[in-house]
Write a protein that binds this ligand. Structure first.
Ligand code: ADP
Ligand code: MG
Length: 577
């Protein structure tokens, strides 16, 4: 493998980040200079060296002096929150870039050559602005970001679930340091699709440690709320000890925690925490995990029994109590043979290897879902009056992407020759509550009475969050077209050109896909051989399949494909007899 071919996979986590590479036929996680796989996603200013520092050392400095550093900044990716470090202010893009840069160096040291290309993972619920912020962070760090993929998708790839023969449904349960994400995915014809996502952005393993700290202090009657009674050093020490105890509780019935002297304590004190205690201590957190699980199941419109596999991701899922919880609510034992905190990076590395081949085959191995609906502003006639400001979604939330959807609109006044499309993203019926992405104006509509001219608006959206809007005046066939990047500066002209080419691929009719084309050809041949009722039946199914392909709606296509394929199998068999 030459240097230019190397693409690494990066799990840019809220708490920890991991880098991996696909080598010798498998994903391998790379260690940092402290010989560890996990690099804490923390940035601090080191007074001694007058420079920024990241990783485990940064985490320790930050614990003592949180005012001089930043952590969990992934949560503000895509917004303009600033963090003060030393006498400077940084945004989450810059801080993430800093982490990515250190991972780049880590990979270069481990591999002994330059590394310039990466696949970076993001939570499935990240919107376009957040995905672009991540791409930008990668570019600042000196990477060419080959692809952004969803964390649960990466985890599923690490488990090889994308290579299963049959159709299956998976659930990814990800409890990290500060976030909880549930995602349901479906494998169909080798494509991995996200069906639904749910989660809590402020719940993770750190909350378990925090509750254990609260419990220990309660035992020695120290009120945790009073800042003046504790020094940063003692709190840091206690947090470290509770973190260790939390991990030990996984396989011990009782653990000891030494509480450093604080508040009215005369000296440090050692207490015991039993497994039974821990069940009580952590119960309120476990209770909060239920609701997102239910939401995800409902969102995918399935029953827990229909899941073929459940996989665990995130360091906190190492806790047996979490595994039991998962087993109970999803009625099956989860897959755990890959380290839960390394699975995402491993999947990213495998995807990186696929990406390298991708350019040649121009095929989409995996797909994601749109995290928000996207559409245009329209006016409605209500009680004879035209009222503006309504949102008309074209791509709905949770639609599998990449996708291309078309909706038709008409002129709203006599002799109207121009039309302005304001493009929004969001879930409200009213555009004022949604987010404006941009606008596209068209002109040259043939004059005529109100409502006569039909204008087709096509939204094509890819997994990197690029939205292409194409407007077609049906009678004149005149086309207008614009690409929205939400953050045009973060992506070069050349990349936009490349992306445009990919989008053009997408707009191609799905019937050009080999599996669909083959089935159509097979059905048509069969049609010639059949007579009467069977012929009618096949014709009906063929028509439904063709109209599903025209609609471009994946769910419809999938269903019609299956119906037609089943019928062909049945009729083929009949003929052979
Ligand atoms: P993120 O995805 O947020 O970056 P990770 O997947 O690295 O986070 O998970 C970090 C969390 O996992 C921390 O809260 C840590 O305490 C927890 N964790 C790691 N190992 C264990 C363990 N053996 N037992 C309990 N919790 C653990
Ligand atoms: Mg994670």
């Amino acid at each position: 493998m030459s240097e230019e071919d190397i693409i690494i996979g990066i799990d840019l986590g809220t708490t920890n980040s991991v880098v991996a590479i696909f080598r010798d036929g498998k994903a391998q996680v790379l260690k940092n200079d402290l010989d560890e796989y996990l690099t804490p996603s923390v940035v601090v200013h080191d007074k001694k060296t007058e420079s920024l520092v990241t990783g485990r050392i940064a985490k320790d400095i930050y614990a003592l002096n949180p005012n001089n550093g930043a952590a969990t900044f992934k949560r503000s990716m895509g917004n303009d929150q600033m963090y003060t470090i030393g006498d400077k202010k940084y945004g989450s893009v810059e801080l993430s870039a800093y982490i990515l840069k250190s991972l780049k160096m880590q990979a270069e040291t481990a591999l002994g050559c330059d590394v310039n290309r990466a696949v970076i993972t993001v939570p499935a619920y990240f919107d376009e602005a957040q995905r672009f912020a991540t791409i930008k962070a990668g570019e600042i760090a000196g990477f060419k970001v080959e692809r952004i993929i969803n964390e649960p998708t990466a985890a599923a790839i690490a488990y090889g679930l994308n290579k299963r023969e049959s159709e299956s449904t998976f659930l990814v349960f990800d409890l990290g340091g500060g976030t909880f994400d549930v995602c349901i995915m479906e494998l169909f014809e080798g494509m991995l699709e996200v069906k639904s996502t749910a989660g809590i952005s402020m719940l993770g393993g750190e909350d378990f440690t925090q509750r254990l700290m609260g419990f220990t202090l309660q035992k020695v009657s120290v009120n945790f709320e009073y800042a003046e009674i504790k020094t940063p050093e003692s709190v840091m020490l206690l947090r470290k000890r509770c973190e260790i105890a939390k991990r030990e509780l996984s396989d011990k019935d009782v653990v000891k925690i030494t509480i450093p002297k604080m508040g009215k304590m005369k000296e440090e004190q050692t207490i015991e925490v039993t497994k039974e205690d821990s069940k009580e201590i952590f119960k309120p957190l476990l209770d909060r995990l239920y609701s997102p699980c239910r939401t995800a199941i409902r969102g995918a419109d399935i029953e827990p029994q229909e899941l073929d596999e459940v996989i665990l991701v995130g360091g906190a899922t190492r806790m047996p109590m979490i595994r039991e919880f998962v087993e109970k609510i999803f009625t099956r034992a989860p897959l755990t043979n890959i380290d839960p905190d390394l699975a995402v990076a491993e999947g990213a590395a495998i995807q990186a290897a696929l990406s390298a081949d991708d350019e040649a085959v121009q095929d989409w191995v995996v797909t994601d879902v749109a995290s928000h609906s996207m559409g245009v502003e329209v006016s409605k006639k209500i009680g004879g009056q035209r009222i503006a400001g309504y949102f008309s979604p074209i791509i709905h939330r949770n639609t599998t992407i990449p996708t291309s959807r078309t909706q038709s609109y008409c002129t709203i006044s006599n002799n109207q020759t121009r039309m302005g499309f304001d493009i929004y993203e969001g879930e409200s019926r009213y555009t004022k509550d949604n987010r404006l992405i941009g606008s596209l104006d068209i002109e040259g509509i043939p004059r005529g009475p109100e409502g006569q001219e039909s204008i087709l608006v096509t939204f094509t959206y890819d997994t990197n969050g690029l939205l292409e809007v194409e407007v077609l005046i049906e009678t004149t066939k005149k086309k207008f077209n614009k690409i929205f990047t939400h953050n045009a500066k973060s992506i070069s002209e050349e990349e936009i050109k490349k992306a445009k080419k990919r989008l053009a691929e997408l707009k191609r009719n799905p019937s050009e896909k080999p599996i669909y084309r083959d089935l159509l050809a097979r059905a048509e041949l069969l049609y010639q051989e059949l007579i009467s009722d069977q012929k009618k039946q096949l014709e009906y199914m063929l028509d439904s399949f063709e109209s599903a392909l025209k609609s471009r709606t994946p769910a419809e296509i999938k269903k019609a494909y299956k119906d037609l394929k089943d019928l062909c199998d049945l009729l083929d068999g009949g003929l052979r007899w």
